[in-house]
Design a protein around this ligand. Structure first.
Ligand code: FCB
Length: 460
């Protein structure tokens, strides 16, 4: 247990985060349409244990209780996502008023509790009807996304100060359309690269829609990775550059520097010959100034040089970039088997600042946290000392990056609740509040109380 608390400047925002499909349940209620995650999770063999988000944490019905937990924690802000298929069941056309109404009630409940809402427009639950028309492979989806952004902002901008267009487009594009471990479960080459581009175009169009609706703050959330070479050999360093291109530069270069990564040819080779999805003017659209950059950070990645897994470029997926992931070495691992190396969080942020300088907007850490093997103890509590240490050490690493000159305005712990961890189902618990899925009983863990103390120490 860490007793010495890291300290942050006044005005620093402490928050907690969740996402719609991971917690809401109620997938067939009040006119919600199907999303790609409904389809994916209901396809046999896709998720561990066949888990689905059908019920999840039943947050759709229990949101007042969850807002009370946030109030008890003392957070200044709560990051949640809007489910596009609740608001527009087929991703286009008429609005479903009951869907909007749910978010309107949630926002009011938060404001009454003195908590600032931070809304993510897209945390991966694409309406299935749009996937049936090509999904993010096609530009039309980006245009539909902007329409949806306008609808959401028109209804909520007066009460929601902070807006995030996309959550982790890397996962949408590459886990969804190349690795196949996220919905829609495709394994493609240029289709995934087109998806990456259209997500960025969708972000740019949505930024315009949010501005037009007068939102106070708008930005995007990226899962940036610290990609480290396994050795100092030139080959491993080049491999780390390719990993960096696939994970980070594909987003940060267009968004923050208005260009495509100079390393893209080395990373994607022949796959880049099909670039007809890029249009004149796209870079200007994508590189619009943002009020903040959201960063999700969990762990470093070590990579070594390797041959292509697939020798025929026509069959190659977009994440086949001539490197393999290597174990980090002798450090603690979370229940995700992710290495715990907090100083890499500092390095990620300071190197981002070094690369982009004043073009780097103020940063919000929109997710950070750990999955652990939690159990309810005999005393009825959850003594998640490893998570407390993880949070303490990552907040300390964050503070070090701020001391080194990175302008960080807020931190959202992932996650308020244990929830549906995508393809891994319910077995992985990231919450600072334990959820018993059989009874929907919520039990704040020791980490909840620790985080509450940290927040309270800043209010004195
Ligand atoms: C991030 C996702 C979030 C959750 C955490 C563990 O990639 O944005 O929904 O799954 O990882």
């Amino acid at each position: 247990m860490r007793d010495l608390l890291p300290s942050f400047p006044s005005g620093f925002v402490f928050g907690a985060a969740t996402a719609s499909y991971q917690i809401e349940g109620a997938v067939a209620e009040d006119g919600r349409g199907r999303s790609i995650w409904d389809t994916y999770s209901h396809t046999p063999g896709r998720t561990d244990g066949g888990d689905t988000g059908d019920v999840a944490c039943d947050h759709y019905h229990r949101y007042p209780e969850d807002v009370a937990l946030l109030r008890g924690l003392g957070v200044g802000s709560y990051r949640f996502s809007l489910a596009w298929p609740r608001i527009q069941p087929t991703g286009q056309g008429p609005v479903n008023p009951k869907g909007l109404d749910f978010y309107s009630r949630l926002v009011d409940e938060l404001l009454e509790a003195g908590i600032e809402p931070a809304a993510t427009l897209y945390h991966w639950d694409l309406p299935q009807a749009l996937e049936d028309r090509g999904g993010w492979r096609v530009r039309d989806t980006a245009e539909r996304f902007a329409e949806y952004a306008a609808i959401a902002a028109d209804h909520l901008a007066d009460r929601v100060p902070r807006w995030i267009t996309l959550n982790e487009p890397w996962c949408s594009a590459f886990l969804g359309y190349s690795v196949g471990r996220h919905a829609p479960g495709a394994k493609e080459g240029s289709g995934a690269l087109a998806a990456a581009h259209h997500l960025l175009v969708g972000h740019g169009l949505a930024m315009r829609a949010l501005r037009a609706a007068g939102v106070r703050e708008a930005g995007i959330t990226l899962n940036l990775d610290r990609n480290l070479p396994a050795t100092h050999s030139p080959a491993d360093r080049a491999a780390a550059d390719r990993a960096d291109t696939q994970h980070n530069l594909v987003w940060t270069e267009p968004l923050l520097a208005g260009r495509y990564p100079v390393t893209e040819a080395d990373t994607w080779g022949e796959l880049l010959t099909h670039q007809d999805f890029r249009r004149d003017g796209d870079l200007e659209l994508i590189a619009q100034p943002m009020d903040f950059l959201g960063i999700n950070y969990y762990r470093p990645i070590v990579v070594a040089d390797a041959p292509y897994r697939e020798s025929d470029p026509a069959q190659r997926v977009a994440t086949d970039n001539r490197y393999t992931e290597q174990p980090y070495g002798d450090v603690r691992r979370t229940a995700m088997n992710w290495p715990v190396v907090p100083e890499t969080f500092t390095d990620l942020l300071t190197s981002l600042k070094e690369t982009y300088g004043d073009a780097l907007p103020p940063v919000h850490i929109t997710e950070n946290g750990s999955a652990e093997h939690d159990e309810i103890a005999a005393d009825g509590a959850v003594h998640d000392a490893d998570r407390v240490t993880y949070l303490h050490d990552h907040l300390t690493a964050l503070r070090a990056a701020m001391d080194a000159g990175v302008d960080v305005r807020g931190y959202y712990v992932w996650s308020l609740l244990d929830n549906f961890e995508w393809a891994l189902g319910y077995a992985k618990r990231f919450g600072i509040v334990h959820v018993d899925y059989a009874t929907q009983q919520r039990t704040p863990k020791d980490s909840y109380h620790w985080y509450g103390r940290l927040i309270a120490a800043h209010q004195r």
